[in-house]
Design a protein around this ligand. Structure first.
Ligand code: BGC
Length: 811
């Protein structure tokens, strides 16, 4: 069952009912000012940091669902309703939500009044625009009242929902004309305020929530709206809001437009005040002026569309299969931008107060984003490196506002450092910019402890070498990629987090996953060394990689598949000897990606075991058999009921590792089958089961052991976005940036006749046409570039600002 449809020509998903199985959201903004918006106009916005600088309030996990947003109410005679359906939930004659790239348009109609609400954050601006078009579709004149509504958050979102003894006394606003300013804590250490304006005179306003709503009422029936009258209330403490009341008189067929701006302003410390107690509003005036007319807003909207058109133009495929093209060309790339911007901070599953930027997560996000805006990827890589510890280890997370490592979580997730090498390698392969390696970057943000970026990578590599266990495999530390496989935690206290609790010394528990990753990433590090003339280092690094391969072959293989780990006691994890958790997905992916077992059948056998034991109709589950009881020596993974999260759900993040591995062994049909099983566009048909947005990847889909297999959770902010993009574009389509050019190495279903790709790479446009006359999955017989046959399938980086035509014949 579907709740909408894709409109690829507009790059939109169109939701046709407000009764989606869960709020289906979108993101506005790309840099500093960021917003979440649902198909009911729910959600919130913040400046840079969802925890420390939250602008509007949202109530997570509330009833009814999706509480808090930018709400409009139409008061029409005795009736009142909301064009986004929420919060009044009054029946609409027409409802439509169009989620596009960086904008959302929600239209609602009742009693012949249609309201189109266009929400977007203009490029490089710190505001949300709410552009309303109100049309009288009846044959009679209509006199209506429109109420706006947003609720301010008192900036620090965690404090806002906990520290009521203080917060109920601090709220402050200023009202001037049609603009409501929120200035809580501006009198003290804050130099920022927000405002909500409308470009028309108002007939009234409210800024005190309880006055507007009336006591013991909810957003669905504010007393002000019911009575059709604002109270002109001024908030002092309690909960400041901004609500305008506008009287409208519309002739039959008449449309009127209104522009609301929800803005964020920062003032220099010595320019905070106009006079005592009155804020300096110069910058707000400018912002309001800039978007005061519909033409200005339309122009800003066009600019936003152009921005996305340009960005998406960098990779465009045409396979003739809509479900593939729309994921690759539109939604997967869009999601990669969003995950790059937000890491795992703020979604409808991440509260914005829980996690900062994950070190591992953000490095992986770069893989899917780097071709879009490489300069921003570069900056992010350097920021991440600056939080690295001197011994090469890493803080697991950092706060985006301060860019400092998070002490509460700390480090010791021993896979973390390797991801920094991987992101940097992807960056260099995409851009050819080797100068990044010479950047001077501090350790632990301490300007006195500085090294080149290359030095950072070297220490990341040797952090693994310096932390090996009894089998010569890497010590796992707190956990590896699988945050929930906690082999040293031994937690018995329900009040502590598995991620932060005291750990045992951990000199035994080893991770085969980190081992595979070390070989995979290490090979790239060796190339970096060679290319920069560090030959001795390259040799030494290669020696460690060879040793690691040996260790994996000797101690990391279990007969039919790769083991997952050794626990604290030195016992096998992910082995046929185990009663539960016999086989895990991660090592089958990473060890084959690393090339281990390619020549002796181990790789194929491991992948066939994945097919046999882990593959399901909804994707590949993480582990089998699922754990049915809490095992103290394995940690959080066993805390989940079978089929959920790391305990045998389908993790959309690591399925692509198997797709890539299948491409490496040349099985394009299987790689594509795995890709399509979890691709949102393919799952759209079963949206009632899948439940969450059919246009973006989720972190997990409930596995076969779960109560509701196929039900997805945690959409948007997940490494699934980047990895699925990499698996599809670089391995299945096989258009893969390399140090010295663009490699063309497709691995597709044998039935495909070919495909076309437009790829912008290092300042040249490559128009690639792949033909598959012999119906093979893999193998390139001939490559012709601009009429000349090439010696190999590595196409040079022309870097000449020109278009090039590439013909590829498979066979
Ligand atoms: C985390 C990742 C982790 C994954 C698997 C996600 O929630 O953000 O860092 O690798 O779970 O545990």
């Amino acid at each position: 069952m579907k709740f909408g449809y894709f409109d690829d020509s507009k790059r939109e998903y169109i939701i046709t009912t407000p009764l989606t199985p869960y709020p289906w959201i979108n993101y506005l903004g790309m840099q500093d000012f960021l917003s979440l918006i649902s198909n009911h106009a729910g959600g919130y916005c913040f400046y840079k940091d969802a925890r420390l600088r939250r602008i509007t309030r949202f109530r997570y996990n509330n009833v009814p669902l999706d509480m808090g947003g930018r709400y409009f109410y139409i008061k029409d005679g005795d009736d009142f309703w909301s064009p986004s359906w929420m919060p009044t939930r009054k029946d609409l004659e027409f409802y439509q939500c169009r989620h596009g790239l960086g904008y959302t348009i929600i239209t609602g109609r009742r009693n012949g009044i249609e309201v189109e609400q266009k929400f977007f954050v203009p490029v490089n601006e710190n505001c949300e625009i709410h552009h309303l078009k109100i049309t009288n579709m009846t044959n009679n004149k209509k006199d209506i009242k429109l109420f706006s509504f947003i609720e301010f958050c008192l900036w620090n979102a965690l404090d806002d929902m906990t520290n009521f003894q203080r917060n109920f006394s601090t709220g402050e606003v200023e009202i001037e004309g049609s603009v409501i300013y929120h200035k809580t804590e501006y009198r003290e250490r804050r130099n920022h305020y927000s405002f909500y304006s409308v470009n028309t005179p108002i007939a009234g306003f409210d800024t005190d929530r309880d006055t507007f709503l009336g006591l013991y009422r909810g957003f669905e029936n504010p007393v002000a709206v019911e009575m059709g009258k604002s109270f002109n209330s001024e908030a002092h403490g309690w909960s400041p809001i901004a609500s305008h009341m506008i009287e409208l008189s519309l002739l039959p067929g008449e449309t009127t437009e209104l522009i609301f701006i929800l803005g964020y302003i920062e003032n220099e410390p010595d320019k905070k005040w106009l006079k005592k107690g009155i804020i300096n509003k110069e910058k707000a005036y400018k912002m309001i002026e800039k978007f005061s007319k519909p033409e200005d807003v339309n122009a800003a909207f066009e600019k936003l569309k152009e921005f996305w058109n340009r960005l998406l133009d960098k990779f465009n495929v045409s396979t003739g299969i809509d479900k593939v093209d729309r994921m690759v060309n539109i939604w997967n790339q869009y999601q990669c931008m969003v995950t790059f911007n937000l890491s795992r901070s703020a979604s409808y599953f991440e509260s914005g107060i829980g996690r900062g930027m994950g070190f591992r997560d953000s490095n992986q996000d770069i893989l899917g984003f780097v071709h879009q805006i490489p300069e921003r990827a570069r900056e992010r890589i350097l920021d991440l490196a600056a939080t690295q510890l001197e011994d090469g280890g890493a803080y697991h997370q950092y706060q985006p506002l301060t860019k400092r490592g998070n002490n509460e979580i700390g480090g010791n997730f021993n896979d973390d450092p390797l991801w920094l090498i991987l992101s940097t390698v992807h960056y260099i392969k995409e851009t050819g910019d080797w100068t990044i390696l010479n950047e001077m970057v501090p350790f632990e943000n301490n300007p006195e402890k500085v090294g080149t970026m290359f030095e950072h990578l070297k220490r990341a590599f040797y952090h693994v070498v310096n932390n090996l266990g009894p089998h010569g495999l890497p010590l796992i530390g707190r956990a590896d990629w699988n945050d929930c496989l906690n082999l040293n935690a031994f937690s018995t206290n329900p009040d502590e987090s598995f991620q932060t609790c005291d750990n045992k010394d951990g000199k035994t528990a080893e991770s085969v996953m980190i081992a595979g990753m070390f070989v995979y990433v290490g090979k790239e590090f060796v190339k970096l060394c060679e290319k920069t003339g560090n030959f001795e280092l390259a040799k030494d690094a290669q020696k460690h990689i060879d040793n690691m391969k040996e260790a994996i072959l000797n101690y990391g293989y279990d007969g039919e598949w790769f083991l997952r780990a050794y626990d604290y006691f030195g016992n096998k994890v992910g082995s046929k000897e185990c009663d539960e958790g016999k086989i895990f997905i991660e090592t089958q992916g990473f060890c084959v990606m690393a090339g281990i077992g390619l020549d002796d059948g181990k790789a194929i056998s491991a992948l066939d075991s994945v097919k046999k034991y882990l593959d399901t109709e909804h994707g590949i589950v993480l582990v089998q058999p699922a754990f049915t009881e809490y095992k103290i020596h394995l940690g959080e993974i066993t805390s989940y009921p079978p089929g959920y999260k790391e305990n045998a759900a389908v993790f959309c993040h690591n399925n692509p590792w198997i797709m890539i591995a299948e491409c490496i062994v040349g099985r394009g049909d299987r790689a594509f089958e795995y890709w399509s099983k979890i691709a949102p566009s393919y799952r759209e048909e079963i949206s009632d089961v899948h439940k969450i947005e059919p246009y973006v990847y989720c972190q997990m889909i409930a596995g076969k052991d779960a109560y509701k297999p196929g039900e997805a959770k945690n959409s948007w902010l997940t490494g699934s976005a980047a990895w699925n993009f990499v698996a599809m574009t670089q391995w299945i389509l096989g258009i893969r940036p390399d140090f010295d050019g663009l490699l063309i190495d497709p691995c597709i279903p044998a039935s495909w006749e070919g495909f076309k790709v437009k790829r912008v790479f290092r300042n040249s446009v490559y128009n690639i046409e792949v033909k598959n006359p012999n119906k093979v999955s893999k193998g390139v017989k001939k490559v012709i570039v601009d009429g000349n046959e090439m010696p190999s399938n590595l196409i040079p980086a022309f870097s000449d600002g020109k278009e090039h035509f590439v013909q590829v014949i498979m066979g």
